[in-house]
Design a protein around this ligand. Sequence first.
Ligand code: SF4
Length: 324
Amino acid sequence: MSIHSLLSSARHGRLLNKDEAIKLLNIDYRSEDFYELISTANYISRTKFNNKGLVFAQIGINAEPCSVNCKFCSMGRDHYSLPVTWRKNAAEILSELELFIANGINDLFLMTTADYPVSSFLETSQVIRKHLPDHIRFVANIGDFNFEAARKLKEAGFTGAYHINRLREGIDTTIKPETRINTLNAIRDAGLDLYYCVEPIGPEHTYDELVTEMLRARYYNAQVMAVMRRIPVKGTPLYDKGQIPAIELTKIAAVAGIVTLPPRAMNAHEVTPMTLLAGVNQLYAEYGANPRDTESETEKNRGFSVERAWHMLWEAGYEITKQN
Ligand code: SF4
């Protein structure tokens, strides 16, 4: 099937298979097919999401060496690159939340490193939940957990969880893919919304690897899909591998949106304006610790603020409907 017929069938709602997705990823940037791909992803996304932009805010609530030792992360124990260690308490998180509410966000994410005790996380989260307006969804981004913990997250007021099988999981990280899958199953079985991402994409990853994760997201009915390029953090083992350019991330975002068809939103990270032409309608504002940053308060360095994220969506022609 030609690229044109393939994209036209996707426009009409056909689910693409692995080979077709890889064929799309092999499109040359200099070809007309490339712009047909971008146009198709843009059409599907703007139609499905009614041209509505969304902003999610994530707070990394601790900056501590993490035993999982991911080879790309500034907080891996053996190559910890942040100047300090800390944990935020509920009062500190609440003062950030006040600002988010004033600026309007759709979802609040709380993120920890993998060793952070689930019991402390639940305790803090229950306090935050009490102050969270009902229209803001509440999402956990933590280490692996079982069904019992997933149920507790739901009881604590979480509506969803960000969880993924990373690219080269078990090779560039010390977590077995089976552990990730068990957590994905727990999220599904507890009725939490899944937020998925193909990450962290580097120049060495094959299209086969990327599509495997896109199809996994579709299998698990991810409500929000994303793609993220790896940021080479100085001092981390994968630093020398470099990064992919924005145009490649844009192509991957377009294919991921078409293949996965998330019902709620499509994201590409870190924030890259070009990707907003290819179906990306949701951006992340980031605060606190961040695996891609050597500053422990990412809002002062790599992190995008909520206001900047809304502005960028506006620049891309998305409808901005903030609820405060
Ligand atoms: S990416 Fe997450 S799990 Fe991996 S070392 Fe960093 S904090 Fe730990």
